[in-house]
Design a protein around this ligand. Sequence first.
Ligand SMILES: Cc1cc2nc3c(=O)[nH]c(=O)nc-3n(C[C@H](O)[C@H](O)[C@H](O)COP(=O)(O)O)c2cc1C
Length: 280
Amino acid sequence: MKKVIYCFSGTGNSLNAAKIIAKTIGGATVVSVRKDTVSDLAADADVVGFLCPVYEWDIPETMKDFAEQLTVNPKAYTFMVATYVAVHGRCFETMDAILRQKGTKLHYGKALRCVASQCIVYEPFPSPRFMVPRSNRHAKKIGKAVASGRHNAYPRMSPVTRRLYGKMMTPFMNVQHEFDKGFYTSDKCVGCGLCSKLCPCRNITMEDKHPVWNHNYIGCNACVVYCPTKAILFETPEAYRNLDNAISRRLGLPDKRTRYHNPAIEAKDMLMQQEEVSVE
Ligand SMILES: Cc1cc2nc3c(=O)[nH]c(=O)nc-3n(C[C@H](O)[C@H](O)[C@H](O)COP(=O)(O)O)c2cc1C
């Protein structure tokens, strides 16, 4: 049986869950989704999974673009797991709509609560010591459901979230790509280029041994949390200051803020293109 799991991840929660699920379903190929990823594995696979975080109540743009151009075997069992903190929004609906364009649908969808990864806004919460083992246990349970080929009515966007989406999310989405104008490096930057290599959005180039962000940013924070010298800092860019709302006023990444990434996922895992994950 051919099983493939496509995974977009910024701070490792989704990649860690993808690997746990791959093991639980008896092994699978885990493919890291980046801006330039192309894959033909789903065309004749029996099981096709999608793992990604929820960003702004939807799936990340990179995952959406990837899924839209992917060829999926219409007879395959499909599933999606979205890692999130509080509001999963419309992410399952988005993936189901993409799959329906291809003559299939989303058979199983589950939201998996994890540690919040937006270190530019807040400290990681709930506490990773409590949350990571809990998420791992839930990922295993989801893996068992997928292994048994379970179908469900995936989680829908709540009426309240649907009503608030335009007011709360659209202003952010309109200036999202300018967000990275707030990044800069301190004198701790050693010019190693790791940020550029592991950026899933292919948004960073190196100039004079320093990273330059090219305004294709979607919020993943991989560069920040995997920087080996914690040299990347952030100040609210002009476009966000103008939004004048509670969240944009709180943006900023001081030196002392904890840079959380999933403890099981190191930089080398983030650099991986494709991995055969087998049963433990
Ligand atoms: C830019 C950004 C937007 C986010 N938006 C949401 C959201 O709308 N709802 C939510 O519950 N969590 C949100 N989160 C939290 C992430 O979905 C969560 O931490 C996820 O597990 C991160 O996955 P990763 O480690 O694979 O990148 C957001 C995080 C980031 C960085």
